[in-house]
Design a protein around this ligand. Structure first.
Ligand code: BTN
Length: 257
């Protein structure tokens, strides 16, 4: 079981992880975090769970994980200074770097919120804004696959999913990973709030789509084009095959290819 005191030991973050709660089982850490986000004093609070009974991913998908197989956590921001697109890409950078720091420097970002190792998804991020009482609260839900074996994943997602252990033939240390994750999120949020361009530049280095063809579904319609960049307010920028440049925001877009 993840121990909050062990995660907090020597944690040198400024904002994230001052208070950490670990649930044995809950519906979704994002649900628990949303309750805490009503109180502004809970900024930076982190909820971990060993098991979720109704874990969710983007676009209405389920997020499944065996007990204690993953990092399942949600970070409460009660007042986010970053707009949705910049926050989304900053979180992706923070999670990709966390996984890179475990010695797997090839962790990459598949916009908007998938973290990839060797071409397979190892982590996902679900941002849920909670605009309440005039402030911009947001829940950053993060799932990192740690101990799963190939057959831990459903047959449908097996070809595209992996875990840290499966890629390294070793057993990952979830406490260390949790510490690194909170440190990375803390540092990247601070960096992006001071200078968004730094987070964007790092995103560019870690993106698997920049410079490549992308097909996506935006509000139910399909678009294909060459990915030429990311805009901190409008989202992914495509030079469309059909001509013209168009931007796509993360909240309404699903990547098809
Ligand atoms: C995705 O890739 O679709 C996003 C997955 C996000 C999963 C995490 S696990 C912790 C938190 N609680 C949830 O219910 N979802 C997020």
């Amino acid at each position: 079981m993840l121990d909050p005191d062990k995660i907090k030991a020597n944690l040198k973050t400024k904002r994230i992880g001052g208070k950490i709660l670990v649930y044995n089982s809950t519906s979704s850490t994002n649900n628990v975090a949303a309750e805490y986000a009503r109180n502004k004093q809970n900024d930076g609070l982190v909820i971990f769970a060993e098991e979720q009974t109704a874990g969710r991913g983007r676009a209405g998908s389920e997020w499944l994980s065996g007990r204690a197989d993953s990092i399942l956590c949600s970070i409460v921001l009660t007042d986010s200074k970053l707009n949705a697109e910049l926050l989304s890409l900053t979180c992706a950078v923070a999670v990709a770097e966390t996984i890179g720091k475990t010695g797997r420097s090839h962790a990459k970002i598949k916009w908007p919120n998938d973290i990839m190792l060797n071409g397979k998804k190892v982590a996902g991020i679900l941002l849920e804004p909670k605009v309440d009482k005039g402030w911009n609260a947001c829940i950053i839900g993060i799932g990192i696959n740690c101990h799963q074996k190939k057959d831990s994943f459903s047959v449908q997602i097996q070809p595209n999913a992996t875990s840290l252990d499966a890629e390294s033939n070793s057993v990952s240390d979830r406490i260390l990973l949790a510490k690194r994750l909170l440190t990375s999120v803390d540092q990247w949020l601070e960096t992006a709030e001071k200078n968004g361009e730094k987070a964007i530049n790092r995103w560019r280095e870690l993106s698997i789509q920049l410079g490549h063809r992308v097909t996506l579904i935006f509000n139910g319609a399909s678009f294909t084009g060459h990915c030429i960049g990311i805009d901190p307010e409008e989202g992914l920028i495509l030079q469309l095959d059909t001509c013209g440049v168009r931007m796509f925001d993360a909240a309404h877009t699903v990547i098809a290819k």
